[in-house]
Design a protein around this ligand. Structure first.
Ligand code: CUK
Ligand code: CUA
Length: 863
């Protein structure tokens, strides 16, 4: 029954809502009734459901909020694929446990203090011409002003830079259209140096700033020395966006608390929230990074603070690189339209969104048409003259994301818990949809690039309240998927996010990403370069130099070499590990019990762990990934001896050994087993060779992996034979078992290769056969018939050959099965399966195609 329902639902997913006879409406209705689903629910399921093995169209990178990590999930399925350790240790990936990743996390130390959490907010991709490039991802830490670089070649964090002058930030990480700079704007004003300054000196000494991190694209790294900042008044700068198209070279940053209120609730003063939202307007900062870049080259334009160049307000103003425009009080999101002409600002405390026209702004700047200056001498442009217009959207407009359709934008309404779709050119509201609840950011597919794709929007809801099963007072956040392809928005999926408060996501077509599947042998994944500690098979060793013990170890299914590491208490132990696997997904983990040591070794990776062996005793180490049937045996012992103690041998208690006869019998048995196993392998190898496996890259890779395992046998076999010759039967048996292990691994991968080869060389389906397969699936035939297997109905392989004039027989049978119920053969089948073939009401055309499909099955049955 279950299988039948599954095929029903799969059929629906394929076909929208048209049902075939076998997968009848009544079955679906029953499921809907039992589960309390409406037709709309079923349609939503059909829009998001991914059949096993089907890949997503978009990949979404979500900030992990206070977890300091990044989440990766797919759209439309909303399946979570990965967490990426960024500012916070992540044990599974060995992030923060192996030396290579510790070095990355250490880059994030601030004034010598290691910081093990982060408040990630805004992820963004490298861009070219304002379009997303799936090479690198940047993310900011709001709490501890830092930016991290994630290499999308392997989805690993490779760099963290600490802002040298900020004490908090929010407006990062925003990328200029050709990835020239990563923009990071401060949040709460503070002195730019690291000294104490009384809060009474707020206006004189406290400052805001924007840092322009220079991205060295070929190196994939932020170049700290080539980066610089711009000094700003102690307003609380906020979210930012880089101009593009006609606003290329400029960037824009919101602010709050332009009142420069300094709080003091404990002194009986009104709190920040009152004082900081007193004025009707705050300021949008408009600045030109191309001019600033030039200013940063001349000493007279900047101060040097903590070894970092900070362009003064005065230098920027004199060079015509910095302006202010009033904006509605306490604004939130600021987003440049795909063409770069308009800048849209969400009002937060205002019900409007404001659309600024960059052409007007540029004209005012060019004509030096200023409405005044702020207390720090920065020219202020007139708000009305810079505006294209304002639209009343609702309560709490926050963030904007764009559609592929020209002029269409979606804005989140925090207080109203809605997404609103509107036309920013004609300033018209088009549609609204409710979300649950209190949405912050929203993202349409590639929605902030210069070429948005549209299709879906994701609502990042801050509160989930009643949406999910309760799991305690700390509720998950809710990411909701909205179909925006039609005129009306349609909410189709809720996904709980169990990892911090993800402020923002950024999405990209999956086709733009091309992550590696394995590493080149011996890669340090954090640098992307060959590790000097790579250890190949045969190079395993333990080196001692006084108190320093260095182990060069390898891991491959299913052993760690070496298996004994004996050290003295107090030794400084370093273990360099290389995963020798070349097959994808054959990761080995390395953990030492009781020593807080863990590393993840993906195929080809070299990583190192270091510790002081400060506890005496015996500590098993083992592989922490279930990598093969012999995974539990993939272990070794760390033996830590106290050099100041005497240890007595316990040899006297040894158990009795096996008799020579018993040993010989065991030896003969393992030899026979190995012979039989080898015969199977040779059969598979013959098949692979005969069918030219080398022509199919994926199969070739597997065959190479299998042969790799097989190639190790000769050496081990030699050891077995030598032991046997010397009369060491016990040793010979153990080596023969190792031969068998390699054979099993060879056979395991070899059989996988064989299956894939069979699939690869199956003759391509004709158009008719393909339609036949479709009709077959649509008809729900696969509910009873499984090709190549007897299931709840007979195997259809060879069905055309089972009857005289088989094609006609089968066609007639499909057309009207009831006519055959009294036929002896059919009767026997009905009795055997206790089922009657139902009439599927197939058209003649469909039947013809199904016969084509069955012919194709027979042609390839031998495979
Ligand atoms: S901010 Cu959180 S909802 Cu940090 Cu981008 Cu608007
Ligand atoms: Cu390697 Cu388990």
């Amino acid at each position: 029954m279950q299988k039948f329902l599954n095929s029903c639902i799969a059929g629906i997913a394929l076909l929208g809502l048209s049902f075939s006879a076998a997968c009848s409406a009544s079955d679906l209705e029953q499921v809907m009734k039992e589960r309390g689903l409406s037709e709309k629910d079923v349609l939503a399921a059909a829009k998001t459901y991914q059949p096993s093995g089907r890949k997503d169209e978009f990949i979404v990178f979500s900030s992990g909020g206070q977890s300091g990590q990044i989440l990766v999930y797919g759209v439309p399925s909303m399946r979570i694929y990965k967490y990426i350790g960024v500012f916070t240790p992540e044990p599974w990936q060995g992030y923060g446990y192996d030396d290579e990743s510790k070095a990355v996390l250490k880059q994030g130390a601030i004034r010598g203090k290691e910081i093990t959490w982060g408040d990630t907010h805004h992820p963004n991709f490298t861009e070219k011409n304002g379009e997303y490039v799936g090479d690198y991802l940047f993310i900011n830490d709001k709490a501890n002003p830092r930016i991290a670089v994630v290499n999308l070649h392997d989805f690993e964090t490779t760099q963290i830079v600490v802002n040298p002058i900020m004490k908090s930030e929010h407006g990062g990480s925003f990328i200029t259209p050709n990835s020239e700079y990563v923009i990071e704007a401060s949040q709460y004003a503070a002195p730019l140096d690291n000294n104490y300054h009384s809060i009474d000196d707020y206006e004189a000494v406290y400052r805001g700033a924007i840092t322009f991190w220079k991205f060295d694209y070929p190196k994939g790294k932020i170049d700290e020395k080539a980066s610089f900042s711009l000094e700003l008044p102690p307003y609380w700068q906020d979210l930012s966006d880089a101009g593009k198209g006609e606003s290329f070279g400029w960037a824009f940053t919101n602010s709050i608390n332009t009142e420069m209120y300094t709080g003091g609730i404990e002194k009986g003063l009104p709190p920040f929230e009152a004082g900081a939202s007193r004025n009707d307007t705050d300021f949008m900062h408009v600045y030109n990074w191309q001019i600033l870049e030039k200013l940063a080259k001349d000493k007279k334009n900047y101060m040097e603070i903590n070894g970092h160049r900070v362009i003064t307000i005065k230098a920027a103003v004199d060079a015509g690189a910095l302006f202010l425009i009033p904006e509605s009080k306490s604004p939130h999101g600021i987003d440049v339209t795909p063409d770069g002409r308009y800048i849209i600002i969400g009002g937060k405390l205002d019900t409007h969104a404001s659309v600024y026209d960059f052409r007007k702004i540029k004209e005012l700047i060019d004509k030096k048409d200023f409405a005044g200056t702020d207390p720090y001498g920065i020219p202020i442009l007139d708000m009305k003259k810079a505006l294209h217009g304002q639209v009343e959207l609702g309560l709490g407009p926050l963030h904007n994301s764009f559609d592929s359709k020209d002029g269409i934008v979606y804005t989140s309404l925090y207080v109203d818990s809605q997404i609103i779709k509107w036309d920013y050119k004609n300033l018209k509201v088009l549609d609204k949809v409710n979300v649950h609840y209190n949405i912050g950011h929203l993202d349409t597919m590639e929605g902030k690039s210069s070429k948005p794709v549209g299709k879906y929007a994701i609502a990042l809801d801050k509160l989930s309240i009643d949406r999910f099963n309760p799991v305690g007072p700390l509720h998950p956040q809710n990411h909701q998927l909205i179909d925006i392809s039609g005129a009306k928005m349609d909410l189709i999926y809720d996904m709980p996010i169990p990892l911090g408060e993800p402020h923002d996501v950024v999405s990209i077509a999956a086709s733009k990403l091309s992550p590696a599947l394995t590493y080149n042998m011996g890669t340090n994944s954090r640098t992307g370069k060959p590790s000097p500690y790579v250890t190949l098979a045969g190079q395993e060793r333990i080196e001692r130099n006084g108190k320093n013990v260095t182990v060069f170890a390898t891991m491959i299914r299913s052993h760690i070499n070496p298996e004994h590491i004996e050290v003295n208490k107090g030794d400084n132990v370093t273990i360099h590990l290389t995963n020798l696997e070349r097959a994808q997904d054959e990761t080995h983990g390395f953990g030492i019990d009781l020593y807080n040591i863990h590393a993840s070794l993906e195929p080809g990776k070299t990583a190192s762990v270091n510790f002081v062996a400060d506890m005496e005793g015996i500590f098993p180490y083992y592989c922490t990934e279930f990598c093969s049937a012999l995974h539990l045996e993939m272990m070794g012992y760390l033996l830590v001896k106290d050099p100041n103690k005497k240890y007595e041998s316990a040899k006297g208690n040894k158990l009795k050994a096996l008799s020579p006869e018993a040993l010989k019998a065991e030896y003969d048995k393992v030899i026979a087993t190995n012979k039989a196993t080898d015969a199977v392998i040779q059969e598979v190898v013959a098949y692979l060779k005969e069918k030219h496996f080398e022509k199919y890259p994926k199969v070739k890779e597997q065959v190479e992996d299998a042969l790799d395992q097989y190639s190790k046998i000769a050496e081990v076999k030699k050891k077995a034979d030598e032991a046997y010759k010397k009369g060491d039967v016990n040793g010979a048996i153990l080596w023969e078992y190792q031969v068998w292990q390699y054979m099993v691994k060879t056979a395991d991968v070899g059989l996988r290769a064989k299956n894939n080869l069979a699939k690869a060389i199956a003759t391509p389906m004709s158009a008719g056969a393909a339609k036949g397969e479709e009709a077959y699936l649509k008809g729900g035939c696969n509910g009873c018939h499984v090709i190549g297997q007897v299931s709840s109905g007979p195997d259809l392989t060879g069905v055309l050959l089972r009857h005289e004039n088989g094609e006609k027989w089968v066609a007639d049978f499909i057309k009207d099965p009831a006519k055959f119920y009294e036929n002896d053969y059919v009767k026997a089948m009905i009795n055997y399966f206790n089922l009657r073939m139902p009439n599927q009401h197939m058209s003649d055309e469909e039947i013809k195609h199904i016969i084509e499909y069955l012919k194709w099955i027979d042609e390839n049955a031998g495979l």
